[in-house]
Ligand binder design. Structure first.
Ligand code: TXA
Ligand code: MG
Length: 349
């Protein structure tokens, strides 16, 4: 491409603040097979009409995402689930669990794996007969979906394997020129992706820990299994790359440690520390008075605040020119499970 062509190409992306007009415009683009990045309460999604194979193919291409990685289908109401899922294939027990989960936890950061119907092209689900469905809590997202064809496939709006976007600027910086519209609706307040729960198999289990804690799900439907990496690979082949070992990774190498380990860790040249809470940072400062660069996810140790800031802080650190990030694991409870999962997969070791 020569220079003028490149400029025209770059100019074709529209960066719009959310408004009734821009939502309408974005829905039109979705209906005509275009790509729209939009805010959800977890992270920004890269949306395409879930019923349109060509639009879905663009999502894979723009993200550099392998075709074996199925997409999450976003809907705007519980009622709309019947338009894209085949609920007649569920037995009575599963159906009851589904309605309980949907009634109590939707809209919210929970994706449910269910049988899909024939309207959803196989490309969306990497050939699986199931799809992950999600009803986002973000009202603007729901408005956009209901103005479109009613089902929007949306992976996180980042290049495959890289950090997830929690702000419209993250999308613009990494994918900007490749998509038709970026809708800026401010920062995503949960900050980690939805929990993916498979309720169709006999052993109900979490395929990806995320914004809905396991404890919350178990209170409603009893014990659920964890995302056992080995089991996941066996059950899905490579169908669930959210479960791939290297994912959600910053360009800067990252190593993650327990509190006990990190406060004693000698810094390699030009490294930076990412503490979970202020107390751990203080302990470390006591032990290493010549301490160098550091950040804290939540001064008070709030898991909610830490999750909301995780990708934001990692995006900043990625730009900081450090040789390595030493990150501290969160307590393994509530949203801590999702934070630790992302840190483990971001880890370069
Ligand atoms: O919070 C979120 O879920 C965000 C926002 C944009 O809604 N979306 C998101 O999508 O994280 P994505 O494509 O990055 O993650 C999809 C995850 C992957 O781990 C994929 O393997 C799993 O969902 N998944 C999708 N369909 C599945 C299926 N039929 N069976 C098993 N896993 C599935
Ligand atoms: Mg993703």
């Amino acid at each position: 491409m020569d220079r003028i062509e490149i400029q025209l190409y770059l100019m074709s992306m529209e960066y719009l603040l959310v408004s009734p007009e821009s939502l309408k415009r974005a829905a039109e683009v979705l209906r005509s097979g275009g790509l729209v990045a939009f805010p959800t309460e977890t992270v920004y999604g890269l949306g395409a009409d879930a019923y349109n194979s060509e639009a879905l193919a663009k999502v894979f291409e723009v993200k550099g995402r392998p075709r074996f990685d199925p997409l999450i289908i976003h809907i705007a109401s519980i009622k709309a689930l019947g338009d894209a899922a085949d609920l007649s294939l569920l037995n009575e027990e599963t159906r009851q669990k589904l309605f309980l989960l949907a009634e109590k936890l939707w809209p919210g950061p929970l994706s449910l794996v269910l049988p899909k119907n024939e309207r959803i092209p196989n490309l969306a689900t990497a050939g699986l007969s199931t799809a992950a469905f999600r009803l986002p809590a973000n009202e603007l997202a729901r408005e956009l979906i209901s103005l479109s064809n009613g089902a929007v496939a949306a992976p996180s709006a980042n290049p495959f394997g890289a950090l997830s976007p929690t702000r419209a600027e993250h999308v613009r910086d990494k994918l900007g020129e490749k998509i038709d519209i970026i809708l800026d609706g401010g920062p995503a307040h949960i900050g980690v992706e939805s929990t993916v729960l498979d309720i169709t198999s006999k052993n109900i289990r979490i395929l990806r820990p995320g914004g809905t804690p396991k404890e919350t799900i178990e209170k409603l439907i009893g014990a659920v299994g964890d995302n056992d990496f080995q089991a996941g690979e066996m059950a899905f082949g490579l169908a669930s790359p959210g479960m791939l070992k290297s994912h959600y990774a910053p360009q800067t190498p990252l190593s993650a440690f327990s509190k006990k380990e990190i406060i004693r860790l000698p810094c390699e040249k030009n490294c930076t520390y990412l503490f979970f809470d202020g107390l751990s940072r203080d302990k470390w400062l006591e032990m290493s008075p010549n301490a160098s660069s550091f950040s804290v996810l939540s001064e008070t140790g709030s898991l909610i605040e830490a999750a909301a800031r995780l990708f934001d802080v990692l995006h900043e650190l990625e730009k900081g020119g450090f040789s390595r990030i030493y990150a501290q694991f969160a307590p393994q409870e509530g949203l801590g499970a999702a934070i630790n999962d992302r840190l483990r997969r971001a880890s370069s070791e």
